[in-house]
Write a protein that binds this ligand. Sequence first.
Ligand code: ADP
Ligand code: MG
Length: 371
Amino acid sequence: PGKDCVKVAVRVRPFNKRERDAGGRCIISMASSTITIQDPRNSQSPRSFCFDYAYWSHSGFTRDCSGLYVPEEPGGRYADQHCLSPQGSVFQDLGEGILENALQGYNATLLAYGQTGSGKSYSMVGYGPNKGLVPTLCDKLFQAIRANQDSRQCQVFFSMLEIYNEQVVDLLSRGSRSPGGLRVREEQQRGFYVEGLRRVPCDSAPQVEQLMEQGTRMRTTATTHMNANSSRSHMLIILQLKQIFSEESITKQSNINLVDLAGSERQRVSGSEADRLKEGTAINLSLTTLGNVISALADVAVGKKVVHIPYRDSVLTKLLQSALGGNSRTVMIAALSPADICYEESISTLRYAERAKRIQNRAVVNESPTE
Ligand code: ADP
Ligand code: MG
């Protein structure tokens, strides 16, 4: 099988109110898919990174003589309608390919990475009329299923879960708030999976959207229940597509993982929270391990000797094993704030994304004779 690199996109959101009120300076600029970031305390050292795609949603700004973006009209408004990269073009570049891959029988994964408030959920799920990648993907998936119904019979299953402090919570099932959460198990053929996770058969996009709303409500209650902060949990949607081609007697199966990761900012643990956390549990073991797996795979890709990829060290990396270096076509969106006050987090997101870009997967079509 051929190798496919993980595709990486970066997306810069507009200033938020806090950044505007603080008189924030824009330290990021973009020229096609190259993104340049300026350390606000060191004018001599801008750093550039090149990705597969780069989206600029920050507007109302113009460059000053030192190359920094400054407000065109001080006190102007930077509302959503100023978006330069609307949701539709992001879907065209990233979502369309995932849909096509899935219809061909490949596994696909989409991950959103970035600090809290950087735009992960905006890109993945969206807000109101600004529909994100997941709802649009579902819309188009059911359209494609209807358009192809003469040649194949399709089934779609929807699951939604949350990983918080290494516990798996089923967001579609009330009974799953058992202590310790659901168990992650491993089988030879299947790899890692969540035991007892609810899979809801779906046949329309509105049905999926309703399930997503239900899951999102449940996530809010679940985190409140655990006294937790939802920016520290990972949300994972799994869409399973089964296509039965009766003429050829072939069945194709693909899993689509859609992951809204926990905020990547350095975690500070307050006193009471430290007490609640199990001793020895890192505040976000899954996110730390994801970083370690990505670094190890990036080393493999440049020919370094790597003895061990630590997939087994966390729940998230177990569930994403095939997405990272395995049988999946994988896309990562790195979400960024344009503001000077976010420099440390933004440069760390860009470095992370740069490593992810090196990962090589080997995706194959999952097909077998129809039983
Ligand atoms: P995260 O999920 O990373 O914590 P959100 O996606 O909730 O962050 O985004 C934080 C805020 O920024 C939201 O109000 C959202 O509407 C806005 N936002 C994020 N990305 C964009 C974008 N590309 N264009 C316009 N607004 C955005
Ligand atoms: Mg979010």
